[in-house]
Design a protein around this ligand. Structure first.
Ligand SMILES: *[C@@H]1O[C@H](CO)[C@@H](O)[C@H](O)[C@H]1NC(C)=O
Ligand SMILES: *[C@@H]1O[C@H](CO)[C@@H](O)[C@H](O)[C@H]1NC(C)=O
Ligand SMILES: *[C@@H]1O[C@H](CO)[C@@H](O)[C@H](O)[C@H]1NC(C)=O
Ligand SMILES: *[C@@H]1O[C@H](CO)[C@@H](O)[C@H](O)[C@H]1NC(C)=O
Length: 489
């Protein structure tokens, strides 16, 4: 009962806050630009904001449940600033069935003061192939659906939505009817851009009533000339060895081509002639490029059958953390799956490399701790990683482990990893993520101490192992000799 009352209170508090919030700003203009891609869609919405009340400092953005579901990454900035604004926990406004993201402005606005807020999002699984099946030589067409109006708790003077494609070949798009906020053409197309609006004098729209009366569904159907790569699962293991001054990174990847599935059968001859004339089919994923760290060595790439030898690698020289080298240097690997990946197909492979530990680790003598930085993943542009597991294995005997992921993980687990020649095992931290995009290119920092005894443990274990081998070999020698003598007899 008490719980129920408190819940009711909370909801009404939210309602009251919102009623108040609706008067604190107005939008002099909203421009949403949707950049259509394959597996991911980038949306940038600019809100030109004017404060209507003194000390206005929290701006609310509203997303429909459908948009909230598709949004894998969201960041709010003030125009011209690099630093993102901090966001309060996302609120579900149950009465209006909307998700509310509230951004805190770095400084309160006075009455009539203005600012421009830029909300950048990446949507995943927001497009789908249409038709769902295509023949090998066919083009690839995708559909994207969204809502016509950007919802806002504040009234808006003018609003536009631009939908852009990479190729100007837009097959079709919705022409909305019965628009209340314009007397002109509700939609225009020019080249690779479809523009909805301008729509004028839209009231506060983050209400169920507005959505039911005015919101419209729009669809764009367009040609996309690049394969739609998705990573169904990524399992990254980063293993730190002070003993070998080495950082080993290994990725186990299930790659998926999310384009239309093949109608009819695959013709290798047709595929080869398309490749020969440099007219690769957009429905076939034949190769992709990865930017790997500088200074890597012992790169290996194998799949379920064995080594794959058809890839090209150009390594950049190592950049130790202590030197102020060019941090933008990277090695480039052109990865070719063993077979061309057709729509709907998967390819499972493992890619790994060694790197000098000094390139990603430093020692803080003040705290006596090591700091290691491991990238969450190797980004494939436009690809989405549905399910990622990043495991960082620390040296044996490491203590005082703390970790700082660049963005929160779904969950984090700490375990102990025991391998060859280990005595007590190595502490490991595992991060689980879902739906990573090319914006999630951050670095996980882990700090730890390695006691002096732990540094010694490995040499001692190795020495013990060697002595064991020595004793064993002596034993074998004796056996051998006896056998020899027997044979000689
Ligand atoms: C804000 O602007 C409006 C319209 O331009 C004006 O009427 C009003 O006096 C202004 N308020 C303040 C506090 O400057
Ligand atoms: C794969 O290639 C690596 C290095 O090129 C080699 O050491 C290894 O033996 C190969 N493995 C197989 C199964 O061919
Ligand atoms: C490919 O992987 C996806 C996701 O893991 C799975 O749903 C699908 O069934 C797989 N397709 C094939 C042909 O194995
Ligand atoms: C962590 O999250 C992943 C998916 O994000 C899930 O598969 C896994 O079971 C979770 N692990 C724990 C311990 O909750």
């Amino acid at each position: 009962m008490i719980l129920l009352c408190r819940l009711a209170l909370l909801v009404s508090l939210i309602a009251a806050n919102l009623a108040w919030a609706a008067h604190s700003f107005e939008n002099t203009a909203i421009v949403r630009t949707v950049e259509l891609g394959g597996a991911s869609v980038h949306v940038v919405t600019t809100y030109a904001v004017k404060a209507l009340e003194p000390k206005s400092s929290v701006y609310t953005i509203a997303l429909s449940p459908n948009e909230h579901e598709k949004t894998s990454w969201l960041e709010v900035r003030q125009k011209g600033q690099q630093v993102a604004l901090s966001l309060q926990p996302v609120l579900l406004d149950t009465a209006n069935n909307l998700y509310l993201y509230r951004a805190e402005l770095p400084k309160q606005l006075a009455i009539n003061e203005t600012t421009n807020l830029i909300v950048e999002t990446v949507q995943t699984h927001a497009t789908y192939p249409w038709p769902e099946q295509a023949e090998q030589g066919d083009e690839q067409a995708l559909k994207y659906e969204t809502d016509l109006y950007v919802l806002s708790p504040y009234k808006t003077s003018v609003q536009r939505t631009k939908i852009r494609t990479l190729s100007p070949r837009i097959i079709s798009y919705t022409t909305p009817e019965g628009i209340d906020f314009t007397t002109d053409n509700p939609v225009t197309k020019s080249g690779a851009t479809i523009t909805y609006g301008p729509y004028h004098n839209i009231p506060a729209s983050s209400t169920l009533e507005f959505v039911q009366q005015h919101q419209k569904h729009i669809t764009a159907h367009y040609n996309h000339d690049f394969p739609c790569a998705e990573i169904a699962t990524l399992k990254r293991a980063a293993e730190i060895s002070h003993w070998g001054a080495n950082l080993n990174i290994q990725d186990e990847i299930v790659l998926h081509n999310a384009g239309p599935t093949l109608k009819g059968h695959f013709s290798r001859l047709q595929f080869q002639s398309q490749t020969f004339y440099n007219r690769p089919s957009p429905t076939i994923l034949n190769w992709f490029t990865l930017h790997l760290p500088a200074g890597i060595r012992n790169v290996y790439y194998y799949d379920l059958i064995g080594n794959v030898s058809t890839s090209r690698l150009r390594t950049a020289p190592s950049v130790p953390k202590t030197l102020s080298g060019n941090p933008n240097q990277y090695s480039v690997m052109e990865v070719r799956p063993r077979y061309p990946l057709l729509g709907g197909w998967n390819y499972t492979f493992t890619l790994g490399w060694d790197a000098p530990l000094a390139d990603s680790t430093s020692f803080d003598s003040k705290t006596g701790k090591y700091i290691v930085g491991v990238p969450v993943m190797t980004v494939i542009p436009d690809a989405v990683v549905d399910d990622a597991e990043v495991k960082i294995v620390l040296p044996e005997g490491a203590t005082d482990v703390e970790f700082f992921p660049p963005f929160p993980a779904k969950n984090t687990t700490i375990s102990t990893h025991v391998t060859y020649l280990d005595t007590v095992g190595r502490p490991a931290v595992t991060f689980h993520y879902e739906r990573l995009t090319d914006k999630h290119s951050g670095i996980i920092y882990v700090t730890y101490k390695v006691p002096f005894s732990a540094h010694l443990r490995k040499p001692l274990a190795v020495a013990a192992g060697l002595i064991g081998v020595f004793v064993l070999s002596m034993g074998w020698r004796r056996v051998d000799m006896r056998l020899d003598t027997k044979q000689k007899l």
